[in-house]
Write a protein that binds this ligand. Structure first.
Ligand code: NAP
Length: 279
C-alpha cells in the first residue's frame, strides 16, 4: 500500500525537492504551502495534493490535514520544513520580527505536530521529521534569533521523541548546513535589509559579513542532496534521532559536540572577533 507524506513549506527549496523525491519514489504527497495558487509544477504530478497551509494559521493546518486524509486515506510521515531566518545584530531586530521567527520555526512546528498526532496515535505509527539546521547545534553571530529558534526546535524534538516512542511514533531531526540553491538566502537578505545596526557594530558586522561571504562561496551541497537526506532518514526504518544532512558543517558540529566548552568558545571568539572588536 502506498504511503503518504505531508510536507510544510513545499513551495520552494528543500520542501519542493522533497515533495518531488517522495512522489518519484511512489509515495502520495500532501504538498502544503501558503499560496498554492502560484504552484505550477507539483500539481501536475500524480498522487500529489497541493493544498494551503500557513503554519501561523491553525485553521489552515487542520484543513490541510483533513484534505490529505480525505484524498489518501491516511498520513504516515510529517515533514516540518517551513522556516526562515532573520539576519542582523539582535539590537537591530524589532520585537514583532522575533515573534514571527518563533511563530514560524517553533510554534508552527508545534501546531502542525499537535494537529497530526491524534491521527498517528490512532494508527499506532508515524514518523515526524523536523528540519533543523547546523544553527540548531552551534551558533553564529548575526543569526542569534534563527539559532534560538532552531535550538528550541532541537530541544522540543528531542524531548518529544521520548514521549512519542511510547506511541510507536518516531521523531527525527535533520540538520542541513548552508545551501544556496533555495529561496532561503533571498528571504534572509530581505529580512536583513530591514534591520539597521547601531553604528557601533559597523566594524564587527563588516568582519562577520566577510566570513559569511567566504563560507557561501565554498558551499557544495544542493537542495536535492538535502531532499535525499530527508528521504533516506524518513525511510531507514530506524528510530535514530539526529542526522547531519550536509558535509560542510560536519567539522563544526563535531567541534561543538566533542571539544571542551572553553576551547570551543575560545575558537569561535577568535574567529569572529577582530582584536579591535573585543573589549
Ligand atoms: P526556502 O526555499 O525559503 O523554503 C522555505 C519554505 O518555508 C517556503 O516554502 C516558504 O513558503 C515556507 N514558509 C515560510 N513561512 C511559512 C509559513 N508561515 N507557513 C508555511 N510555510 C512557510 O528555504 P529552504 O532552504 O528550503 O528552507 C527549508 C527549511 O530548511 C527551513 O526550515 C530552513 O530553516 C531550513 N534550513 C535551510 C538551510 C539553507 O541554507 N538553505 C540550512 C539549514 C536549514 P513561502 O514561499 O510562502 O514563503
Amino acid at each position: 500500500m502506498k504511503k503518504t507524506v505531508l510536507i510544510t513549506g513545499a513551495s520552494s527549496g528543500f520542501g519542493k525537492d522533497t515533495a518531488r523525491l517522495f512522489a518519484r519514489n511512489g509515495w502520495n504527497v500532501v504538498a502544503t504551502m501558503r499560496t498554492p495558487a502560484s504552484e505550477t509544477e507539483l500539481n501536475r504530478l500524480d498522487d500529489v495534493l497541493v493544498t494551503r497551509l500557513d503554519v501561523q494559521e491553525p485553521e489552515s493546518i487542520n484543513e490541510a490535514i483533513a484534505a490529505g486524509i480525505d484524498r489518501f486515506g491516511r498520513i504516515d510521515a510529517l515533514i516540518n520544513n517551513a522556516g526562515f531566518s532573520l539576519f542582523g545584530v539582535f539590537e537591530s531586530i524589532p520585537r514583532e520580527k522575533v515573534q514571527e521567527q518563533f511563530d514560524v520555526n517553533v510554534f508552527g512546528v508545534m501546531e502542525v505536530t499537535r494537529a497530526l498526532l491524534p491521527h498517528f496515535r490512532k494508527n499506532r505509527a508515524g514518523v515526524i521529521l523536523n528540519i533543523s539546521s547546523g544553527a540548531g547545534v552551534f551558533t553564529l553571530p548575526m543569526l542569534s534569533l534563527y539559532c534560538a529558534s532552531k535550538f528550541a526546535l532541537e530541544g522540543f524534538s528531542e524531548a518529544l521523541s521520548y514521549e512519542l516512542l511510547s506511541q510507536n511514533i518516531v521523531v527525527k531531526i535533520i540538520e542541513p548546513g548552508g545551501v544556496t540553491t533555495t529561496k532561503f538566502g533571498d528571504r534572509l537578505g530581505a529580512e536583513a535589509g530591514r534591520a539597521t545596526p547601531p553604528p557601533d557594530y559597523a566594524s564587527f558586522v563588516s568582519g562577520v559579513n566577510d566570513i559569511f561571504a567566504k563560507l557561501r562561496a565554498t558551499r557544495l551541497a544542493s537542495s536535492e542532496d538535502v531532499a535525499q537526506a530527508i528521504y533516506d532518514a524518513a525511510t531507514d526504518g530506524t528510530d535514530r534521532l539526529r542526522y547531519v544532512a550536509t558535509r560542510d558543517i560536519e567539522p563544526l558540529v563535531q567541534a561543538r559536540r566533542e571539544t571542551s566548552e572553553a576551547r570551543y568558545i575560545d575558537f569561535m571568539r577568535t574567529r569572529f572577533l577582530q582584536r579591535h572588536d573585543a573589549p
